[in-house]
Design a protein around this ligand. Structure first.
Ligand SMILES: [Zn+2]
Ligand SMILES: [Zn+2]
Length: 256
């Protein structure tokens, strides 16, 4: 399994892109930085897009990829939970802000949306996908993705603390999770459903106690202006836990 971080941040600039992951060139998870990272040719190789929640930084490129597929006479397969479908149809692909590509063109709409249910194992393009709810301020799911050769990654998406329910159901070889702010923003993070280095540390301690191991951890969704502070604080957490925790970046390649 090859995982490429297309976008690894929660803010966009010339040097940072909104969150988006690409697995084996065919499976995208969240689309904040999807179309701006891929050639038209690479976009046409996409077999499925999984969305974790409705926030703008995670669904931003759905209208853009829909237009590109529409102009190719192709259909892009999108999977997520009902609130994400509602947000897309109400606010983005609503026929006012942009065409309703969920229904156009009539014969074969440019976007095919499939609802997936938490805690159900589904097969998508040869991958086994397990959808697990996490702790954010809108309904949000993380995805455990297992490739046909048995490699497994879990991406939490945006989440706050108290993940024991989530950890119970997963056993990944690699954990991709978020740290949005540094520790001085701990109170804000708890309120808004995000993690800081200290909050992540406790979740990883819980993971290790529950599962008996700790996979390598890659962090995404950092706030760029806090990244230096986050990096220093995470180095201490990694040292305390004696386990690798690495900040992700745009273009980072991970191999399982
Ligand atoms: Zn969010
Ligand atoms: Zn976000």
């Amino acid at each position: 399994m090859n995982i490429r971080l297309l976008g690894a941040h929660n803010c966009e600039s010339q040097n940072s892109k909104l969150i988006s992951l690409l697995i084996d060139d065919v499976l995208a998870i969240d689309v904040g930085g999807l179309t701006s990272s891929l050639s038209f040719e690479a976009q046409q190789k996409l077999k499925a897009i999984l969305l974790t929640h409705q926030h703008y930084d995670h669904i931003r490129d759905i209208p853009a990829i829909a237009m590109n597929f529409f102009l190719h006479g192709a259909t892009v397969n999108v999977y997520s939970i009902p609130p994400v479908y509602d947000a897309l149809t109400t606010h983005l692909l609503n026929g006012t802000l942009y065409p309703n590509f969920l229904e156009e063109p009539q014969q074969s709409p440019a976007v095919k949306f499939t609802i997936i249910e938490p805690h159900k194992l589904v097969q998508i393009e040869g991958y086994s996908i397990l959808t697990i709810p996490v702790k954010h301020n809108v309904p949000t799911v993380g995805y455990q993705i297992a490739s046909p050769d048995g490699k497994t990654v879990f991406y939490t998406s945006d989440t706050g603390p108290d993940l024991a329910d989530c950890w119970e159901h997963i056993s990944p070889q690699l954990l991709i999770t978020e740290v949005t702010g540094s520790d001085k923003y701990k109170e804000w993070a708890v309120q808004s459903g995000h993690l800081t280095p200290a909050l992540l540390k406790q979740e990883l301690i819980n993971f290790r106690e529950l599962k008996g191991y700790l996979p390598p951890v890659i962090l995404v969704h950092m706030s760029p202006r806090l990244e230096k502070e986050i990096e220093v604080e995470i180095a201490t957490v990694a040292q305390d836990l004696n386990s690798p925790i690495t900040l992700g970046y745009e273009g980072m390649q991970l191999h399982l």
